[in-house]
Design a protein around this ligand. Sequence first.
Ligand SMILES: Nc1ncnc2c1ncn2[C@@H]1O[C@H](COP(=O)(O)OP(=O)(O)OP(=O)(O)O)[C@@H](O)[C@H]1O
Ligand SMILES: [Mg+2]
Length: 105
Amino acid sequence: MTLPVLEVTDLSVDLRSTAGPVHAVRGLDLTVARGEVLGVVGESGSGKTVTMLALLGLLADGADVRGSVRLNGQELLGPPRSQLRLLRGAKVGMIFQDRRRLSIR
Ligand SMILES: Nc1ncnc2c1ncn2[C@@H]1O[C@H](COP(=O)(O)OP(=O)(O)OP(=O)(O)O)[C@@H](O)[C@H]1O
Ligand SMILES: [Mg+2]
């Protein structure tokens, strides 16, 4: 079998908030094969954005991210962030949801 482009196994993300810990993502599994397009849908607050930010290592330092994220077979969750920085933009990217706030005038 060809290696999946993206393989997420048992991803859980806990965030800190002033009201206490937020269990934003629990036990998520997903696989994206080469040439496949995956759409993720869910109600507001169900964890779509937090999931994608976790995959790219873009959550704040206080976030507790557990599980496994493999991009072309390479584990992203264990290595230091400096390694992930080399992959972002080159091998993986994100189009942010809040585009009005990010637009350059
Ligand atoms: N920075 C944060 N600090 C604390 N809790 C957060 C933070 N960001 C998101 N959350 C919480 O994490 C959960 C998942 O939020 P997320 O933004 O991932 O949802 P979403 O599925 O992307 O929603 P939407 O469809 O509205 O974009 C929600 O309960 C949200 O309130
Ligand atoms: Mg969102």
